[in-house]
Design a protein. Structure first.
Length: 155
């Protein structure tokens, strides 16, 4: 099999992994108190456990197939904590875009609206700062445990 075949197979397995991860995510977050909840929780814990086991079987089959085909999937490129810290940093940027002075292009805001939005921005920033601190603490604890920076891994 040539390089194109191998890339196609790896790409398909990667896409399958993405879809399986999204299925797990949907089952896990359903029913969480989110203002943008996309799913209702219609599965029981026992059903979610059984589904998780079935997803695990699909993953094991993929691992066997990848091995049998002699494919080399790429290694992970960063730690989960590092990725989470990046997402929180992006959320902080999104909050900054809600600041009243940055919303002028949408039209004039009343003073009351400016104060309300300003207070909400402060609350969101404070919550994100607490989350960032928890992630940073976790990263530092892991670095002490492993002696590794836990960020980008060289190829």
């Amino acid at each position: 099999m040539n390089d194109n075949h191998q890339r196609h197979l790896l790409s398909t397995f990667r896409h399958m992994e993405y879809l399986l991860s999204e299925a797990e995510r949907a089952l896990r977050i359903a029913g969480e108190p989110s203002p943008f909840a996309g799913y209702t929780q219609d599965s029981t814990p026992a059903q979610r456990k059984e589904i998780g086991e079935a997803i695990g079987e699909v993953r094991h089959a993929m691992v066997r197939a990848i091995s049998e085909l002699g494919l080399q999937p790429p290694a992970p490129v960063c730690s989960a904590l590092w990725a989470a810290k990046g997402q929180v940093a992006l959320a902080t940027v999104a909050v900054a875009e809600m600041e009243p002075e940055r919303m002028r292009g949408y039209g004039q805001l009343s003073e009351t609206d400016c104060q309300t939005i300003g207070r909400i921005v402060e609350e969101m920033n404070a919550a994100l700062e607490r989350l960032a601190a928890v992630l940073e603490k976790s990263s530092q604890e892991n670095q002490l445990d492993s002696g590794d920076a836990g960020r980008m891994r060289p190829d």
